[in-house]
Design a protein around this ligand. Structure first.
Ligand SMILES: NC(=O)c1ccc[n+]([C@@H]2O[C@H](COP(=O)([O-])OP(=O)(O)OC[C@H]3O[C@@H](n4cnc5c(N)ncnc54)[C@H](OP(=O)(O)O)[C@@H]3O)[C@@H](O)[C@H]2O)c1
Length: 297
């Protein structure tokens, strides 16, 4: 199958491209940056907001994995307007299936960014194109990047009342690849990490793993999105869950074998060899959802 991936340079895209290549698909990737195509991935330049390059990118593809997002500060630009443009081009090109990655809780707390994601889901559902929605909880890789940024401050501001359910992008990508192979489901799937933990456990596990010493100051994060998270709206009890814990992600097992091929095919999903950031072909872009800088209560 020929599959176009939007958001291919993002945190999840970095895990989905190799998963699709390994599954034997012909992979086309969209970015607003010029990239050299390789034998494994055909890169197309395109911008979902202006619509430039989008018709070329969708031409001849069987399915689209639509991951692109402008993030919480993007006011729905790529998520709503970009999705609308993508759908018009995809319908014109006769694309059979669009898989959209959304966020667990959009249906329970459609506030701000989550409201934009829900609106995009609605557009997709009404597009006439076969669709599947995969709603995931917060990615471990994106939380890791965010905590690394916060660790430049002298203290970590921690709201213990918030539940988190971090999930590994490798597992989200594996599910996305399976859903693409299975064809349009016309329904939403929720997928979260194996454990729910509060912010203190999340932060302390990260500090220990990264060997960073910072005092944790208890605070109350303000705002409706955090209120919804506090109420448990952003975690899922769906049966299908990842198995890689936050601790496992932060303490990857060393690769058992030095041979490249064997390592890629046998190492655990958390080993360095299987982290997308270690794939020389794939650039990892920072995720940016949800974790707004808190203020002190
Ligand atoms: N991060 C999380 O914790 C999380 C949790 C649950 C669900 N999700 C969902 O998973 C998906 C992927 O998230 P992510 O964290 O991997 O994203 P990300 O790292 O923030 O990357 C955003 C991607 O969107 C692309 N993009 C942004 N604006 C664009 C535009 N105008 N035209 C074309 N491409 C554009 C960027 O590509 P270029 O810059 O190369 O153009 C980049 O590849 C999103 O739908 C997100 O809502 C994320």
């Amino acid at each position: 199958m020929r599959i176009l991936v939007t958001g291919a340079t993002g945190t999840l895209g970095g895990a989905l491209l190799p998963a699709l290549v390994r599954a034997g698909h012909r992979v086309r990737a969209l970015s607003r940056r010029e990239r050299e195509s390789t034998g494994r991935v055909e890169w197309f330049w395109g911008d979902l907001i202006s619509g430039r390059g989008v018709a070329d990118a969708v031409h001849g593809v069987d399915a689209i994995a639509h991951l692109a997002t402008s993030g919480p500060r993007g006011r729905g630009a790529a998520d709503v307007h970009g999705t609308h443009r993508l759908l018009l081009a995809a319908r014109e090109a006769g694309v059979q299936h669009l898989l959209y990655t959304s966020v667990v809780g959009v249906d329970r707390a459609a506030i701000g960014y989550l409201g934009h994601k829900l609106e995009a889901e609605r557009l997709i559902g009404e597009s006439g194109i076969g669709w599947t929605v995969l709603r995931a909880t917060r990615f471990q890789q994106s939380l890791d990047q965010r905590l690394r940024a916060y660790s430049s401050f002298p203290v970590m501001l921690v709201d213990r009342s918030l539940p988190w359910q971090p999930v590994h992008t490798g597992e989200v990508a594996a599910l996305a690849a399976a859903l693409l192979a299975g064809g349009p489901e016309g329904k939403e799937f929720e997928f979260g990490g194996p454990q729910v933990m509060d912010t203190e456990e999340l932060v302390r596990t990260w500090l220990r793993a990264r060997n960073v010493r910072r005092p944790c100051l208890p605070v109350h994060y303000p705002g409706r999105p955090y209120a919804a998270q506090r109420d448990g709206e952003l975690v899922t009890d769906a049966d299908s869950r990842g198995v890689i814990t936050w601790y496992d992600y932060l303490h990857p097992a060393p690769p058992a074998l030095s041979d490249d091929f064997a390592t890629e095919h046998t190492a655990s999903p958390t080993s360095p060899a299987n982290q997308p950031e270690n794939d020389p072909d794939l650039h990892v872009y920072g995720g940016d959802e949800g974790y707004e800088r808190p203020t002190r209560s």
